[in-house]
Design a protein around this ligand. Sequence first.
Ligand code: GAL
Length: 682
Amino acid sequence: MTTNKLFPQINGLLHGGDYNPEQWLDSPDILEKDIKLMKQANINCVTLGVFSWSVHEPVEGQINLDWLSDIMDNLYSNGIYTILATPTGARPAWLDAKYPSAMRCDDKGVRNHHGVRHNHCMQSPEFREKVNIIDTALAKRFAGHPGLLMWHISNELSGYCYCDTCRKKFQEWLADRYDHDIDKLNKAWWTTFWSHRFNSFDQIDPPYSNGENCVLGLNLDWKRFSTWSATDFMRFEIDTLRAAGATEPTTTNFMEMFYDYDYWYMSKFIDVISWDNYPEMHNSWQSDAHQLLERSFNHALFRSMKKDQPFMMMESAPGLVNWRPYNKYRRPGVHKLISMQAIATGSDTVQYFQIRKSRGSSEQWHGAVIDHIGTNDTRIFKEVAALGSDLKNISEVAGSISNNKVAILFDWDNRWAIDDAWALSNETKNFDKTCMSIYNEFMSLGVEPDIISSDMDWDDYKIICAPMLYVLHDGIGAKISDFVNAGGQFMATYFTGYVNKDLLANLGGFPGDGLSDVFGLRSEEIDTLYPEDKNSIQILDKLGRASHSVEVYDYQEMLRDVSADVLAKFGDDYIAGLPAITRNSYGDGNAYYVACRTNQSDIEFLYREMLDKASIDYKKLPSNIEKHSRFTDDCRYDFYLNCSKSPVTIPNIYGLELITGKQIDGDLSMDGYDAIVIKNSL
Ligand code: GAL
């Protein structure tokens, strides 16, 4: 394991965020004060230019970047580095007025009016020409600037465009995917059903909301195409910067549990993964600890996209956001917890939106490091500054990485396909939640999983859980078989292996693609329960006697041809007595199948068994505690996060606590919402 520092210029972790000095160019006193306050807040880096196009180029062709150059120079001379954004997240009015093709069309094909942001057509040639001009000017002026750390491509790329250009691009993309053979597409999309056959690619529309949106293959390919289109746009911007001489690393800021695009694909084309983290703390439906576990899952997802290097938390809110139905302030101490959770899970940065609160318009009440009062004595400023000082104390963790042996499989097209399938209940499909509940169960045992895709390399893992793996990509049946054969523990659930990558049902029994042999069973029926329906399963002891019973809700499968060992049986309903949880010893490993939905904590025995078989150490943590570890060649850094406001003591903890410099020798006492880093040599 080698430390992999993202930014060799910085001796430690990044602390900073989006800064919009272009809103204050007529107030040099404010700009001067900002630098002083940033230094007091221990900020060493800002993101500039995210929404600056109309200042960079107020009139078409009249580009002036002197203001930015002055700001960057001044920041750098004060020890503050810059992440420089391309400004394509929002367009100046002149651009849309002259080149309407830059404006996206909605899902009925109707062109938007000018305004808002994140709504450009990714394929518009006129828009790209203007992007090329501004990005080239930025790269020519700032590539190689000693204060420039990296390039931030656009902002939170998202959404679909249904314009004519995109419709044609979609047709070309399909022709390419199906080898210019319309019958191949007809077969894959099963278009003889409802007489949906096409004669040529140019008959195919995007899934307009008032058009063809019942062909499931079309819906799925549209999402794949839109992923390609956004990635193509992002790559166009990166290529433009490179062609103009930029050599610094690139990123684009991803979003939590993002649905529109397949991030596994997009992430291949950027150098560093970053994402924007906005926890919904202190809400009325979920404990803080549970909300933070959702964050932790997201951090793990983004970390796993490039797990040999740290990732970046590119945005987070100092204090509060202003776009939720209820915008509640974070309670004292929570800022540290949320920020340290990012570092604990593998981020080398704590970045905010925003450094200074804007004076007007829609984000004027969004949290910021510097509030309208403009002083260094607000509660939020003080918490940010204290965090900055904590980050300095733990700067040696920069570059360290995780080393997890458990993974959860999370494919974007599987997610989309489950939601689009006319099956189960749309109210309770809950694929994301199911993945998170498995993650949470491992976390409660002090074992941190990575989140992976079917197509990634699985060599580092000893346990893989693939809940609801409805879609099997080509070759995945064999990959699972090889993994188990070689000694891996693989867990699947109800709704596994029903369709291939084209969404065509696997014939000959589920799970398909050879997996019935690996699991030693077939699933004949998947039954959807009404919310008020419950079944149960009886967990069996080693002698096959029922030991205790666990509730089943939402889904249950009737299995047949079961040659696997039975670990639990259904307790009731028409499937009473049939296998519910099984283990098939296969080669050197085991393939587990859970044929119903239960609370994961109710089947903890299964997790313990998999961990035992994989020889992975685990220790049940006190409730509301998260543990994460990062490694260098010589050291392990264990982070303990107290995700509730009650103090807690964790026994048997030894090592140097990095934030306070105290040696811990047994009992680790933590205040409510505290975060602690323990260093040990390997
Ligand atoms: C992000 C966005 C920022 C800002 C922030 C507010 O999604 O990238 O520009 O709007 O939300 O929370």
